[in-house]
Ligand binder design. Sequence first.
Ligand code: NAD
Length: 504
Amino acid sequence: MNRAATDVATVKLLIDGEFVESATPQWRDVVNPATQIVLARVPFATSREVDAAVAAARRAFATWRKTPIGTRARIFLRYQQLIREHMAELAAILTAEQGKTLPDAEGDVFRGLEVVEHAAAIGNLQLGELANNVAGGVDTYTLLQPLGVCAGITPFNFPAMIPLWMFPMAIATGNTFVLKPSEQDPMVTMRLVELAQEAGIPRGVLNVVHGGEEVVNAICDHVDIKAVSFVGSTKVGTHVYHRASQAGKRVQCMMGAKNHAVVLPDANKEQTLNAMVGAAFGAAGQRCMAASTAVLVGNAREWIPDIVARAKALRVNAGIEAGTDVGPLISSAARERVERLIDAGVVQGATLELDGRGFRVPGYDEGNFVGPTIFSGVKPGMRIYDEEIFGPVLVVLTVDTLDEAIDLVNANPNGNGTAVFTQSGAAARRFQEDIDVGQVGINVPIPVPVPLFSFTGSRASKLGDLGPYGKQAVMFYTQTKTITSRWFDDDTRGHGVNTTISLK
Ligand code: NAD
């Protein structure tokens, strides 16, 4: 973190419709991971600034909560068009600050765009229910009403998609929002926020504060915030869940992962190998749904040399260069951490089939590169299996049967994503029934659900009942109110004092 003023651009806060400079003395550099060039400086907002953002959101809620459905929906219709028109610009910003390849960056924006499109259908999504004549002349119906000020805290690895998982659905359902983007790559998030303002989100409805632990704690504790959506590591998410729940908020935390790709020997070999290599090493392994663990069942263990050959052929380079498969890691600290974990794998006795440590890319000598790395002979208890590596490292385990594979996956603390590769419908069905993981792919390596469904997770990968987009987000961001009503004709005469409705 640095403090002195420099001539580098500063990332602004958004408070009450104005993009403002933070008054904080604490700043951090936003760094291009391929070149180490400082792109901007991001502030760690003061507690007064957090309070001002929440206060603005609270004031805006008074009118926004009653804004007609059509008005809300049309803002998101305009917003999706603006995102489409700015796709190339958004992807370029994202690649510069995050490191992923340009096509991957477009994918990041696109998966968020799909949620914006979904939010534009809010008229159909936020319908209540009505039961006619639950008693004589009595109807019961439900309203799905917004909660108030909601907040979102996002990780570095999808700086477009994950903010878009949060504020569009929260705002479309009638809430106001305070967003805390990742301090490592806030620039594409801010461009998306500018476009949201341009699309017509009224002042105070969407606010942004930047920072780290202190700002997150202030959000968890703030008495005027009603719900918190968090995506990030299990360690931080568990803290956020307990702290914000303690303060009486609704909380959903989508957290860490160790996703297993289970390969049966009858799988389509070409398709499976390609899928596995893409899912393990794409985005430099920094996807929460990366298939970072291969479980080869029976004779599929003979495929290890094929996996290594395909991984060797991947091109490691800056994300901006055409044809790049694997870009740099987000920071030099992340690279050092991944390399230390590879060291630990060697020390703990796994077989290093492909070593990506110390990878140098000509022209990008300062980049945070780690080349594709593969371990075989991996066992639970080794750090490379027990910890989320979050880098281009595939660990390979072997088992004899599908049952053993299912037991292994279910015994892992994480339950974010998994996939089975097989040509057997019966085996796939067995897998889908018995596996305890949120997202399950059948011959699909990264089964992220489209926004008609919701992202979910099991065990250490998720805390809270409802997911961040799809139908579950509508429930998360609304309170169900149940109305039971009876209307009398003007000439009706009442008797007695018993006001309970008879259901007979
Ligand atoms: P992170 O937990 O370090 O940071 C997430 C957010 O928490 C950031 O906004 C950060 O500023 C804040 N934060 C960091 N340290 C904090 C602290 N001590 N107290 C309070 N707040 C703190 O996560 P990351 O490294 O940015 O993202 C990678 C992680 O996110 C991986 O574990 C990945 O699996 C996970 N992830 C999960 C999903 C999912 O849907 N399950 C999706 C994407 C990423």
